[in-house]
Design a protein around this ligand. Structure first.
Ligand code: IMP
Ligand code: MG
Length: 179
């Protein structure tokens, strides 16, 4: 698995440090508010789990499973909701937690869909932002790191469902996905 990685972008300690910083800011911003952290599965599973432990507030955690890609590296623009939220979000403050924003299509769709349910507010936290390939304007409230236009895996992020268990974030060798 490690042999398929071109280079490590963010090490275990880079991730730990940045997520602790994000947690501190989010804790300040949501003081006194009813917060639901909405993890977008499967990619943000690991990030969400680490992030919520750095948010020192009472909160609920919910998950959605969405699928925007088949087993390829290009967005199809089609967002399917495979699992919806279990909590009512009316008058609650939602913090959507994503792994990586690429074209922005997934987030634009999700945000619009969740807004119809009348939450008190929706903010977005993403571990990674790949602005080079943006097709839709997405406002990111909390960002871990910006990444170059390369195919990223690890720390929850997959290629064809693999590499999610790498503890760091790295660039996948091109030969792995172009064969
Ligand atoms: P978007 O709709 O194009 O912004 O895509 C968002 C989703 O595509 C992310 O939640 C990821 O699941 C996936 N994705 C985008 N870029 C990458 C990448 O470099 N590696 C792996 N998955 C990616
Ligand atoms: Mg995803």
């Amino acid at each position: 698995m490690q042999n398929d990685i071109e280079k490590v972008l963010f090490s275990v300690s880079d991730l730990e440090k940045r997520i602790a910083e994000l947690g501190e800011v989010i804790t300040k911003d949501y003081e006194g508010k009813e917060l639901i952290v909405v993890g977008i599965l499967k990619g943000s599973n690991i990030f969400t789990s680490d992030l919520v432990r750095k948010i020192n507030l009472p909160l609920k955690i919910d998950f959605m499973v969405v699928s925007s890609y088949g087993n390829t590296t290009e967005s199809t623009g089609v967002v399917r909701i495979l699992k919806d939220l279990e909590n009512s979000v009316e008058n609650k403050h939602l913090l959507i937690v994503e792994d990586i924003v690429d074209s922005g299509l997934t987030l634009k769709y999700l945000k619009e869909m969740l807004l119809t349910r009348n939450p008190a507010g929706i903010k977005l936290c993403t571990l990674l932002d790949k602005p080079a390939r943006r097709k839709e304007v997405v406002h990111i409230d909390y960002l871990g790191f910006e990444v170059p236009d390369e195919f990223i895996v690890g720390y929850g992020i997959d290629y064809a469902e693999m590499y999610r268990n790498l503890p760091y974030v790295g660039v996948l060798k091109r030969e792995v996905y172009s064969k």
